[in-house]
Design a protein around this ligand. Structure first.
Ligand code: HEM
Length: 234
C-alpha cells in the first residue's frame, strides 16, 4: 500500500473555508457583529454615569460579581474578555489577510499608480487601525489605569472624570468615536451583504439600520466626554 505523501493530503473543510476570501469575509462579519453587540451594551452601561457615582461604580462592581455564587468573582467578566479578544484577533487577522490579497492582485504595470481600493475600503482600513490603537489606549486608561492621571482603583466614575478633564483624553475619545461611527456604518452594511441578508427589498432597511446604529453609538459614547466637559457630570 502506497504511503500518502505530503502533497496527497487534502486540506480540511475548515482550512478550505478559511483560505477562501468568502470564508475570511464571513469571519469578519461574524466577529464584527459580536463586537457590535458588546459595544451597544457597553454604551448603554456607560450612560449610567448620568445617575451619579454610586450607581456607576455599583454597576462596575455588579459586573465583577455577575453569576455569583455559581461563578467565582470576575469569572463572567473574564469569559466576556476572552470572547472579545478572540473576536478582535479574528477580525484583525482576516482584515489584514484580505487587504494583502487585494494589494497582491493589483496590476503593477500602470504608467500612473492607480488607486484600486475604493474610498469606503480605505476608510475602513484606516478606521480599523485607529480603533485598534484606541482599544490599547482605552485599556491602559480605564482598565489597567496605567495612563490615567488620577487613577483610583475600583472607582471607574472618578477615573472617567479624570480622563475627560484632560484635553488629550477628550480628543482621543472623540476622534475614536467618530472613527467608530464610520466603521460601524459601513461594516454593518458589509456584514449583512456577506451573510446574505441583502436584497433589493431589504437594502433600504439595512442602510437605515446601519446609519441608525452608527449614529446611536456615536452619540451615546460621545455624550460622556461632552457631559464631563460641560459640567453636567462632575
Ligand atoms: C466615551 C467612550 C467610552 C467610555 C467612557 C468607556 C468607559 C469604560 C470604562 C469606565 C471601562 C472600565 C469598566 C470597569 O472597569 O468596570 C471600560 C472598559 C472597556 N471598554 Fe470602554 N468606554 C468607552 C468606549 C469604548 C469603546 C468605543 C470600546 C471598543 C471599541 C470600548 C471597549 C472597552 C473594553 C474592551 C473594556 C474592557 C472591559 C474589561 O475587560 O474590563 N470602550 N470602558
Amino acid at each position: 500500500m502506497a504511503l500518502a505523501t505530503r502533497t496527497d493530503r487534502r486540506p480540511s473543510t475548515t482550512r478550505t473555508i478559511w483560505d477562501s476570501s468568502v470564508g475570511k469575509k464571513s469571519v469578519m462579519a461574524v466577529s464584527g457583529l459580536v463586537m457590535l453587540g458588546y459595544l451597544v451594551v457597553h454604551m448603554l452601561g456607560n450612560l449610567k454615569i448620568f445617575f451619579g457615582a454610586d450607581e456607576f461604580n455599583g454597576y462596575a462592581h455588579w459586573l465583577r460579581t455577575l453569576g455569583s455564587p455559581f461563578l467565582h468573582h470576575e469569572w463572567a467578566l473574564w469569559i466576556v474578555r476572552v470572547g472579545l479578544l478572540a473576536a478582535v484577533v479574528a477580525h484583525a487577522v482576516s482584515a489584514y489577510q484580505l487587504s494583502r490579497r487585494d494589494i497582491r492582485a493589483r496590476p503593477v504595470k500602470y504608467a500612473h499608480k492607480r488607486r484600486r481600493a475604493s474610498y469606503a475600503t480605505r476608510t475602513m482600513r484606516w478606521g480599523g487601525v485607529i480603533l485598534g490603537l484606541f482599544i490599547v489606549w482605552h485599556l491602559l486608561d480605564l482598565t489597567t489605569l496605567t495612563v490615567n492621571e488620577r487613577a483610583w482603583a475600583g472607582h471607574p466614575y472618578e477615573n472617567v472624570l479624570s480622563t475627560f478633564s484632560t484635553w488629550y483624553g477628550n480628543t482621543i475619545y472623540i476622534v475614536a468615536m467618530a472613527a467608530l461611527g464610520l466603521h460601524v456604518r459601513h461594516g454593518f452594511w458589509s456584514a449583512a451583504q456577506t451573510l446574505g441578508a441583502g436584497s433589493a427589498r431589504r437594502d433600504r432597511t439595512l442602510k437605515f439600520l446601519a446609519n441608525g446604529l452608527a449614529l446611536v453609538l456615536f452619540a451615546g459614547f460621545v455624550s460622556v466626554p461632552v457631559a464631563v466637559m460641560t459640567g453636567v457630570v462632575n
